[in-house]
Design a protein around this ligand. Sequence first.
Ligand code: AMP
Length: 190
Amino acid sequence: MNIVIFGPPGAGKGTQSNYIANKFQLHKLSTGDLLRKEIKDQTKLGNEISSIINSGNLVSDQIVSDLIEKYISNPIYKSRLIFDGYPRNLSQAKNLNSLLTKCDQKIDIVLKLSVSLKTIKKRISERKNLEKRADDNEVIAVKRYQMYEKNINPIVDFYKETNLLKVVNGETSISKISDEISRLIEGIKG
Ligand code: AMP
């Protein structure tokens, strides 16, 4: 089973995908985590992208596609991936479908965490103290939220067409959201 989870920055994607990965024995593939690791390790790529990420912009489609392709094409992860933070726009959504098809895989469910800007601002200010991320301040958070809102509708329509999309209320508690997500995943497992 492959799962896509998306939602605005601070929606709890990371927390929920860790939970799902544990419960359903999947591998969490967070493009944000992979990119932050490149920056931390001061690789050539990391040095190129740090200012883009810290200012709240998206890195190029090609960069993230190359990162995820390594996992999709690795038999260890075959049909065991949860995509957190990918796709971020329609062309990434289409690219993900073709990478998966090429490796004889598919997406089984797409979870959209729905959270208001008011809640996001509150969560980002709490996370700022815990994770010390350079892109967690209110101005950048609002910018990232607006970019998410701008890009999300075509992705939502794309997945609605194939009946894969499930919207989850991300305003409630972590455990309630996890329960709802589990119920949805159990539902597709039959
Ligand atoms: P995240 O941890 O998912 O909030 O991602 C943190 C940052 O990494 C984003 O604001 C982007 O700069 C970059 N990033 C993560 N995923 C993608 C993606 N799929 N496409 C482009 N940029 C991305």
